[in-house]
Design a protein around this ligand. Sequence first.
Ligand code: GTB
Length: 217
Amino acid sequence: MTITITAFDRSPDGGKGLARDTRVRWALEEAGLPYDVRLVSFKAMKEPAHMALNPFGQIPTYEEGGLALFETGAIVLHIGERHAGLLPDDADARARAVTWVFAAVNTVEPPILELTMARFFERDQPWYAARLPSLEARVRTRLQQLSAHLGDADWLDGAFSAADLMMVHVLLRLRSTGLLDEFPRVGAYVARGEARPAYQRAFADQLAVNTRAPQPG
Ligand code: GTB
């Protein structure tokens, strides 16, 4: 059955792979699944056809036959439940991997989003300089905790899984802040994720979209 995902027709990051379709592309590459991509503009994302796929008017979405999904955590878990390569067979290990997927999006991503949104949108505000240290401190707390959990391990819980895919992509958003450099174990963990051939293919595919010649219309 053909899988179709949606992505920005031009990501604001110009192809750094930070838009969340990269997570879904990466998961599909890890699972060895072919897929189509429908590119959507910011305007089209808020129109009824796309809102029917994602009621919040966002990318990415995932269509497979009659099934339409949104939320990257749910999409990546869906792929992992049906195809080898993303979730362990052992039931307890699988439950722990699901736990870490939630940790990535519910516990680690929120302070990272707060910080990166402030750096992007609030830089000119008079209170920006005063707010920045507390935003960075919250991120450092999570990075310290992640570093302690990882120790000398390559991945969060045994073999690479959907949990690592989600966590690494969440952490990639910090690259421009320099904070990853303060936590070498976390930095090395992110680099291990990026080095995976499936990530490299996903990254290259989104880069090709975001660096193509301007499209007519
Ligand atoms: N919780 C949802 C999920 O995980 O799927 C969040 C989806 C989401 O935030 N989608 C964003 C979107 O559609 C794109 S990824 N935004 C448009 C809108 O809300 O109108 C977020 C994103 C966008 C751009 C960059 N960047 O340029 O660096 C990074 C991340």
